[in-house]
Design a protein around this ligand. Structure first.
Ligand SMILES: Cc1cc2nc3c(=O)[nH]c(=O)nc-3n(C[C@H](O)[C@H](O)[C@H](O)COP(=O)(O)OP(=O)(O)OC[C@H]3O[C@@H](n4cnc5c(N)ncnc54)[C@H](O)[C@@H]3O)c2cc1C
Length: 639
């Protein structure tokens, strides 16, 4: 599955190449061809992509720039085909640096270079893999809770270092989010090439944004390729974990599908239970009295045929925005209960297949797929972070938080206006009143407006008062009858690790220590809980930049560094220092207050019940990479 450096020889004629170029992503093709041919003049100054346009087609290149780029690419491809130019040997690093500088508009400073080179490395080099191996026979075992994207990654890294491990998974298969969320229309909103492990890349993703089934197959494939499945105990839930200072071990209480319980001992414990794994079902009066079928989007009941039925959907967040357009055409009536409208980001290719020409180019241009992924990576390292950052002097913070944020607001409101301009009744309901990026923005290719404008669909913004046996009643006293209720109400994201109980030193329970306000150092370790590590833990979620897979890779590299200190050092236990943890969290909190999602009063799953942002990483992607490259032993108390 890896991107190998090996590509198929070009035998196609000029016309076929020209056709393929019509599907090319040019801002990454010119760099790939410059890399392959050594002809750096392909990256003309006048062709510089507009690095400020993350989602713009062709990186914001004008039509004229695109035409010139295609001519240059055709010429280079011909030369490669005809053997009139060969890939130069030597000087590769210098060439790569020049290309990076061009692609990033010279913004990639020296600090960035090591990270960017790491991102560009071919899969088989896997620079984030542990560079050490545990001495065979060392008595050390790691337990991992969860076999989603993070838990699988943890298993791969431990295996590479020769550390014995066991993964406990409550489901019958791997995949986590991508196993559980089978609702119609479920898909990722990060480009396929970037929402995948850096060391297990594919050049043949069928869609620009992978649907659930594709991702599930991908994670299953990785599990097979790396031999992880035999390390997983399926259908088994971890109920609790308890640290024992006397023998420096974690003792896990497990329950299998038959209800039988047993204990598992481990020297270190990795929680990879996800932030979005436990559905949130709102406590609406009368909920249990409803006479029809009712289910949450993450527990989609495929046994309920929605054809010709009256359906009430509660919530319009990320999942609902995907399944509402997918079911609107099937049901007889659809009532969409919206509390807060979304900001939508136009992405015309959101549902599209990767076209044949682009696939052909990935197969024939050396390292094109690398540069393509690299472009995505670079575009999302900062992404829209500058546009989500608060300007203290900016007035009216409930509308926008800075000049850049206001510009974004204008762009996005323009899009909503263009979609709903012909329906003023809907327009006033769908236009958000809060700053963009205060909540997760939703990618859209027009299907949202299409669904809401249908005759059989009604957008209800009146607050829900109660659920009755027959349907849903709003505060204005109107009852709308329904046969089925679907909850698109998200997850109990801020209640990290719940319902599991984790007892640290002196028997302290983790959620009691947190008091409902989860924090961690690096999002990974917590004082009082030695040899305990979290993936996708507090403040490691992202809103406008990066991808969760990248964050998990950083977390796991940090965890491997901690484990190395344990297996190769004298200490049996490493406990994060409280002062280090507190100072780190103070910095995180200060920064989150200066982001749209922290400054705005709008409801969102990023905040816990104290109004603190416990989910999100407030800085750019490189800062997380830098901090997590290796642990500083001075941050820990060893015993
Ligand atoms: C509908 C949906 C869409 C998403 N879209 C995107 C997106 O577009 N881009 C993006 O970057 N992220 C997205 N996410 C976030 C997504 O959760 C992460 O990208 C990623 O899948 C997290 O992987 P994980 O392994 O950390 O957690 P999960 O995928 O949640 O896996 C956790 C695993 O732990 C298991 N588990 C939990 N508790 C226990 C226990 N006590 N005992 C045993 N096993 C347990 C679960 O069964 C599950 O298999 C989305 C999430 C959802 C729900």
């Amino acid at each position: 599955m890896g991107f190998s450096g090996v590509v198929e020889p070009i035998v196609a004629g000029d016309e076929a190449i020209r056709r393929a170029l019509d599907d090319a992503f040019l801002p990454a093709l010119l760099p790939a061809l410059a890399h392959a041919t050594g002809d750096l003049s392909l990256m003309r100054e006048g062709l510089l992509p507009q690095a400020l346009a993350p989602g713009a087609p062709q990186g914001g290149m004008t039509e004229e720039q695109q035409a010139t780029a295609k001519d240059l690419a055709l010429d280079a491809l011909r030369k490669l085909r005809d053997g009139t130019i060969v890939t130069p040997s030597g000087g590769d690093e210098q060439r790569v640096l020049s290309i990076i500088k061009w692609m990033t508009g010279d913004k990639a400073t020296e600090d960035y270079i090591p990270l960017l080179l790491e991102e560009l490395a071919p899969s088989e080099e896997d620079p984030r893999a542990p560079q050490w191996r545990m001495q065979p026979g060392t008595a050390f075992k790691v337990a991992i809770i969860g076999a989603g994207m993070s838990g699988i990654l943890a298993g791969i890294r431990l295996k590479q270092a020769g550390v014995p491990f066991e993964i406990i998974e409550k489901n019958a298969d791997v995949g986590g989010t991508w196993f559980e969320n089978t609702y119609p229309g479920a898909r990722v909103d990060v480009g396929s090439a970037f929402y995948s492990y850096s060391f297990a890349q594919k050049i043949d993703w069928p869609k620009f944004f992978s649907p659930q089934q594709t991702l599930l197959e991908y994670f299953r494939g990785v599990v097979e390729e790396y031999g992880i499945r035999e390390h997983i105990r399926f259908n088994t839930e971890v109920l609790s974990a308890k640290w024992n200072d006397a023998n420096a071990q974690w003792s896990l209480r497990l329950r299998d599908a038959t209800g039988a319980e047993e204990t598992l001992e481990a020297n270190a414990l990795i929680s990879a239970v996800g932030q979005l794994n436990r559905p949130n079902i709102p406590d609406i009066d009368g909920r249990d009295t409803f006479a029809g079928a009712a289910f949450h989007s993450a527990r989609w009941d495929h046994g309920v045929d929605l054809k010709g039925r009256r359906v009430a959907v509660i919530g319009t967040g990320a999942s609902a925005a995907q399944f509402i357009p997918a079911i609107a055409g099937d049901v007889s009536e659809l009532f969409v209960y919206q509390r807060t409208p979304n900001w939508f980001v136009p992405v015309p290719t959101y549902h599209d297949d990767v076209p044949d020409g682009l696939l052909w180019l990935f197969r024939h241009v050396p390292s094109y797929a690398h540069w393509y992924r690299f472009w995505m990576f670079w575009m999302t390292t900062e992404g829209l972070l500058p546009a989500a950052t608060v300007d203290a002097a900016w007035p009216e913070k409930e509308r926008s938080v800075s000049m850049e944020n206001d510009v974004l607001r204008m762009l996005l409101s323009g899009y909503i206006q263009s979609q709903f301009g012909d329906r003023p009744d809907l327009l006033e309901k769908v236009m958000p009143a809060y700053p963009p990026a205060a909540k997760r923005m939703i990618l859209d290719n027009g299907v949202w407006a299409e669904a809401l404008k249908r005759d059989n669909v009604q957008l209800v913004t009146e607050p829900i008062e109660r659920i009755t046996p027959a349907g849903v009643t709003t505060a204005d006293g109107v009852e709308r009858a329904a046969d089925v209720i679907i909850y698109g109400t998200g997850f109990t994201a801020s209640q990290f690790l719940v319902p599991m109980k984790v007892f640290g030193r002196s028997g302290t329970e983790l959620n009691e220590q947190w008091g409902g306000d989860a924090r961690a150092y690096m999002g990974v370790v917590v004082p009082n809980f030695p040899n305990f590590y979290m993936m996708y833990g507090p403040n490691t979620n992202i809103v406008v930049n990066g991808s969760i897979t990248y964050f998990s890779e950083c977390e796991m590299r940090y965890i491997m560094g901690c484990l190395r200190l344990l297996v190769q050092g004298e200490a049996k236990a490493l406990d994060c220092r409280k002062d280090v943890h507190d100072a780190y969290n103070q910095r995180i909190d200060e920064a989150n207050r200066l982001r749209a999602w922290g400054a705005s009063g709008v409801n969102s799953w990023y905040k816990n019940r104290f109004g603190r942002v416990s989910q999100n990483w407030p800085f750019n992607a490189i800062e997380y990479w830098q901090q997590t490259r290796e642990p500083d032993p001075a941050d820990f108390v060893a015993s």
